[in-house]
Design a protein around this ligand. Structure first.
Ligand SMILES: [Zn+2]
Length: 480
């Protein structure tokens, strides 16, 4: 303690060799006046002085020594209870210097007893577990981060440029697709023109081939059926004529009789003639054949014919085929005429078919031409858009740069303003981390100050410390 009382109960300061009495317990105290420590009084015997007082250290004494003598070790009596306040100012503010940790209950009890008070804690014991950082720097960093984020969020980004590039690619793709379509229509048009040039070949194809997989699959004309029927019938007639001419050739190929008067008759084998044709036949006895008067026999009946045919080796059979030839020739002529008629009909049908086909092919050519023209127009349109795109993109790029520059400038100014505010508002304020924090101090309701030696920090809510010099602190207490 720094204050004792004399016999007259007057407060006295320690002096070498002097003795006094403890103003609290009344026990005798001895002055300790060394060269290093603050001069103080020491109880002669360990007595039950104020139990609220911890063992007094040099730290306590040095602090108390900084205040006016009258404020030091002030005894307060309240409701029959009496305690020594480390410092009591004229305005009644109590300052308690606390070196060791105390329980939250003790804190509560003392705060209740002293009323208006502040705590000064010796932080020397936990300073290694304590880290502080400048609130200004922290807030400036946060502020910078905030504005950077704000800029990158609000700046016009390259998305709008990408749109142009996407559009360019899209147009290029569209043009290619249109050109491909145009090629397709052009080749279709060309083949239709080719069909028109070679119309006879086309007609031939349509009449004689399956059209399903050809360019003509959509062409229809009733004349196709007519031509096909006509040709089918003409084929049949051709076959019949061939057949007849073969028969005529066969007859003409037979040898004529050399017997005078029968030269028109043909020599045939018995097995080539039916008995029913007996009336057309003559027989010449073979052994008279080369005589002056060959024996010519008329056949009078079928049975007679059969009778002779059984002795075929003795007789040469002659037959009159003149009627047959006449008949075959007549039939050939009739069929040829019929074919000629059909040919005329066929030419008519083909002419009609040609007209139909010509019309159809011209229509197809025209339709394809129209498509090509339309596609050409579309391609032209796209190309004229594509030409303008790079210019628009360049313009947008410049605008974007200007916008961003403006935004950046604006934000920079704003950020600077904020920085000034931060520097002003957070000056002398610090944030702290306290490992193995003494939880009991969380229950203190009165102001709490931490003594870190050269500096004092006032603990504020929200984990903020306010830095104070010792002089400022003392000034603050005196003006409280
Ligand atoms: Zn005492």
């Amino acid at each position: 303690m720094l204050i004792a009382v004399n016999n007259e109960n007057i407060r006295i300061l320690p002096q070498k060799g002097k003795r006094g009495f403890c103003p609290y317990c009344g026990n005798e105290v001895l002055a300790v006046c060394g060269e290093i420590n603050v001069w103080h009084w020491r109880h002669d015997v360990t007595s039950n002085c104020d139990l609220w007082k911890e063992h007094e250290t040099e730290w306590h004494r040095k602090w108390k020594d900084k205040f006016p003598e009258a404020w030091r070790e002030f005894i307060i009596t309240k409701n029959g209870e009496k305690h020594i306040a480390d410092i009591r100012t004229d305005s009644g503010l109590i300052v308690e210097f606390q070196n060791s940790s105390i329980s939250s209950e003790t804190i509560r009890v003392r705060e209740f007893f002293y009323g208006k008070m502040i705590w000064m804690i010796n932080a020397d014991y936990f300073k290694d577990n304590f880290s502080i950082r400048s609130l200004v720097k922290t807030r400036l960093r946060e502020n910078e981060f905030l504005y950077k984020g704000y800029f990158s969020y609000n700046k016009t980004d390259e998305k709008s440029i990408k749109e142009f590039e996407d559009r360019e690619r899209e147009i290029e793709r569209d043009i290619k697709a249109l050109e491909k379509r145009m090629d397709w229509f052009s080749s279709k048009k060309e083949s239709f023109e080719g069909h028109l040039e070679n119309i006879e070949k086309s007609i031939n194809y349509i009449v004689n081939r399956d059209r399903i997989y050809s360019d003509f699959r959509e062409f229809y004309s009733e004349n196709i059926d007519l031509v096909q029927q006509c040709q089918l019938e003409m084929d049949k007639l051709d076959k019949a004529i061939t057949q007849l001419s073969r028969q005529i050739d066969q007859v003409n190929g037979l040898s004529n009789s050399k017997t005078p008067g029968y030269e028109d008759l043909k020599i045939v084998d018995f097995n080539l003639v039916s008995a029913k044709s007996y009336a057309k036949c003559k027989l010449i006895k073979k052994d008279t054949l080369n005589t002056f008067f060959p024996e010519v026999i008329d056949v009078k009946s079928e049975s007679e014919f059969r009778w002779y045919s059984n002795q075929a080796n003795k007789y040469l059979l002659l037959i009159d085929l003149g009627e047959n030839i006449k008949e075959l020739t007549q039939r050939t002529q009739d069929i040829s005429q019929e074919k000629k008629d059909l040919e005329v009909k066929n030419i008519h049908s083909i002419n009609a078919l040609r007209k139909d086909l010509q019309k159809w092919l011209e229509k197809q050519t025209k339709e394809n031409e129209d498509e090509i023209e339309l596609l050409d127009l579309k391609i032209d349109n796209l190309q004229s858009i594509a030409i303008k795109l790079p210019i628009a993109k360049e313009k947008r790029l410049r605008e974007m740069e200007e916008e961003n520059l403006l935004l950046e400038q604006e934000l920079n100014e704003d950020q600077k303003k904020k920085e000034i505010e931060i520097k002003k508002g957070c000056k002398g304020k610090y944030l702290y981390d306290w490992k193995h924090r003494r939880k009991s101090w969380d229950y203190a309701e009165r102001p709490l100050l931490l003594d870190f030696g050269p500096h004092i920090f006032k603990v504020e809510p929200d984990g903020i410390l306010i830095k104070m010099s010792i002089e400022d602190f003392i000034e603050w207490i005196k003006n409280h």
